[in-house]
Design a protein. Sequence first.
Length: 532
Amino acid sequence: MVITLLDYGAGNVRSVRNAIRKLGYTVKDVQSAEDIVTAEKLIFPGVGSFGLVMNRLRESGYVEPLRQRIAENKPFLGICVALQALYEGSEESPGIAGLGIIPGQVVRFSKTDLSVPQIGWNGIRLLKKSALLKEEEIDKLYFVHSYHAQVTEAGKDWILAVTDYGTEFVSAVEKGNVSAFQFHPEKSGTAGLKILARFLDGRPPEAELSCSPPAGNTEKSTRIAKRIIACLDVRSNDHGDLVVTKGDQYDVRHEGEVRNLGKPVELAKRYYEEGADEITFLNITGFRDFPLQDQPMMEVLERTSENVFVPLTIGGGIREFTDSENTSYSSLDVASAYFRSGADKISIGSDAVYTVEAYLQTGQKTGKSSIEQISIVYGAQAVVISVDPRRVYVQSPEQTSHAVITTAVPGPNREQYCWYQCTVKGGREGRDIDVVQLVKACEELGAGEILLNCIDRDGTNSGFDLELIDLVKKSVSIPVIASSGAGKASHFVEVFQETSTDAALAAGIFHRREVSIKEVKEASKAAGIEIR
Ligand code: 1PR
């Protein structure tokens, strides 16, 4: 069967294509307004801001055909912003009308003690029977959004499921053959693929759905899980092969050779099968020139996203760029190429430091930085800032204007104080900027998440730098991923218990098979930490 996909070219729908193909169907892209009405089954992944989605629909003349298809109860599946587009409007884009199928508004998560955007795996509570969602099969599903549809009396007959994240919000809507999810089934592992399969394979007759609402856990609130992320530092070795390597305090060479810990696509697939909640690729030679279309990481992403159905992040070299054929690209061009290849998030390292240095000088947003350009088009949740800090010890706080902490880990001369200096070029160059200045400014410029590495801990197996993580978590309201230093499963339990980090990442212990992702998850669950 042919499944029709509405792709208006604003982001990563490759993963939806790959999921449909994985389930044995072929994909046909909407070419005309008529396709929207006549398609046997239509999937509409909403990517980018509410305003961007609605503007693209209006420019293409797709608004009325969509409203007609839904009015005729033809099979329709909306994902993420496509659910929001069914409503009347959104705070994200004031003055831009939605499709107005469901009465009500989309609003931003209020600033509570929870990180915004919500990025991660949360549960759902079914309010009625569904042909697509079976509560007994669903542990957690992947959400990545800063806005949500409100639960209102007027829209109640549409609401299929709700989720708790500081407030109860609409996580799924359904009426007849028309469904839409705030979560991403194509990024929710096997649980998500099962949901997509039900939409693609057809639904059981209405009769099965007529019985009473599910016994389900209508009282139990849902809780977002802490994410366990596998990170693959990728570079070419001295023989020109693209390998997964690993630094020891950022030094990737051992006995003169670049450490070779495996092939990127194979390792990523293994981690997905072991239960990783996300996979991050860092192209640590990002500053070498390749023609953009030949970027070796494009192929890695394309091949990985064919079999890995959890979120993929790519970092390294995301900045404006002139390739070896002297063609210039903006950072948005580079990011867009990665999104088209299957990335869900991009991470910016060095360029974020340079951007913030300029921003702190002027206090003015130019709208031209890589952070702003990519966030405006793809949304804050698609922009991760990879921070490469190292400790600078001082005898007393008066010795520096930077954000100093009193540390329980004294310096080489028994200093009790330190600040965290940001670096560029993979830790090769220290800059006169500290992590608090960097992360606060990046949040103001539109970044949606912090990948918080730590040069002092990287590759040491000595545990996460809890003081650094605590300092950064207290400085921003966007999610933070703790990174660097994990040596055993209990280090993950410790970072989740001692800090409010939203996720924890490791590389070396997974590549060297010293600890499995499964062990990390079991230890965390045993300690009462919410885990998928
Ligand atoms: O500056 O935007 O081109 O991005 C470069 C990216 O590559 C940055 O994200 C930077 O952190 C990363 N990077 C550059 N050089 C290195 C290196 O190691 N020589 N990797 C490098 C930094 C940090 C994590 C590592 C964790 C966990 N490594 O990738 O996986 O520290 O390690 P562990 O669990 O083994 O302790 P740009």
